[in-house]
Design a binder for this molecule. Structure first.
Ligand SMILES: NC(=O)c1ccc[n+]([C@@H]2O[C@H](COP(=O)([O-])OP(=O)(O)OC[C@H]3O[C@@H](n4cnc5c(N)ncnc54)[C@H](OP(=O)(O)O)[C@@H]3O)[C@@H](O)[C@H]2O)c1
Length: 243
């Protein structure tokens, strides 16, 4: 019952690792910084007596992340959950951003999750596993900032639908959480219109739903109302919104 966490070193990924370890699941933790991962793995293994493996790779540059994950899984019990809380945003993600920065945002927020899901699918389907994708409230309606980030998150929603359409519910569980603000690196120092949720609270909800069907939903749930209101705004009002 190994869980694979891509983007495990901080924020929501770290909270998911803590929650899963506490429930006794072996883990494969993936992020870019080997030292961060090793420290986290040692702490979880010591506190919860679970097997924790790590894999450090830069997902903006790694050519075949799926192959490296499959190799790292060889020494662990069978994997039944793939969680992808990996993400990157930039304050200058507006029109005029350079091609290199656009590529990096797409690589981390879209290409890496897709490439990893594609590579692991046969193994995941064999085990009736759960794939968990993380979207964002930022993708509800396009605005003049978070332009590339929101495009990638909207594209993930299409991938979620494709996965569900292509796999019967008894073969693969596919879950997508559209996340509101969380108190993590991604929002550090930002002035937010609503208070951010604790990653540990969100992680507890996500882990509790593993293996329990396919769905997409907002977390925290109050952001469903925010999304509804944003969508309901007439265009001439919405286009005047700042922030
Ligand atoms: N925080 C929010 O308010 C919010 C809102 C909506 C949606 N989300 C989504 O929720 C998910 C979790 O967000 P978070 O706030 O927990 O983010 P976070 O604290 O910034 O953590 C992001 C994770 O992604 C990893 N990562 C980033 N670039 C990488 C790279 N080049 N190679 C390998 N790993 C990389 C980071 O590891 P390294 O540091 O080692 O690179 C880290 O473990 C993301 O998908 C995010 O888009 C967050």
């Amino acid at each position: 019952m190994t869980a694979i966490i891509v983007g495990a070193s901080s924020g929501l990924g770290r909270a998911l690792a803590g929650e899963l370890a506490q429930r006794g699941h072996p883990l494969l933790l993936i992020a870019s910084d080997a030292r961060d991962l090793q420290a986290l793995a040692a702490d979880l293994a010591l506190r919860h007596e679970v097997e924790v493996a790590t894999l450090a790779m830069d997902l903006a540059r790694e050519v075949d992340p799926g192959a490296r994950i499959l190799a790292a899984l060889a020494s662990l019990p069978p994997a039944t959950a793939l969680l992808l809380p990996v993400g990157l945003s930039r304050r200058d993600d507006a029109f005029g951003l350079g091609a290199g920065a656009i590529g990096e945002l797409l690589a981390i927020n879209l290409h890496a999750p897709l490439a990893i899901v594609h590579a692991l699918l046969p193994m995941l389907c064999e085990r009736h596993a759960t794939v968990v994708l993380f979207g964002s409230i930022a993708a509800v309606r396009g605005r003049g900032h978070n332009v590339v980030y929101a495009s990638a998150k909207r594209a993930l929603e299409s991938a979620y639908e494709s996965l569900r359409q292509a796999h019967a519910p008894d073969v693969l569980h596919v879950q997508l959480y559209r996340l509101g603000f969380l108190a993590t690196n991604l929002t550090w120092g930002l002035r937010l219109p609503l208070s951010p949720a604790a990653p540990a609270t969100v992680a507890r909800r996500v882990v509790a739903r593993l293996g329990k069907g396919s769905f997409k939903r907002y977390l925290p749930r109050r952001f469903a109302l925010v999304a509804l209101l944003l969508r309901a705004l007439p265009w001439f009002v919405f286009r005047r919104l700042r922030g």
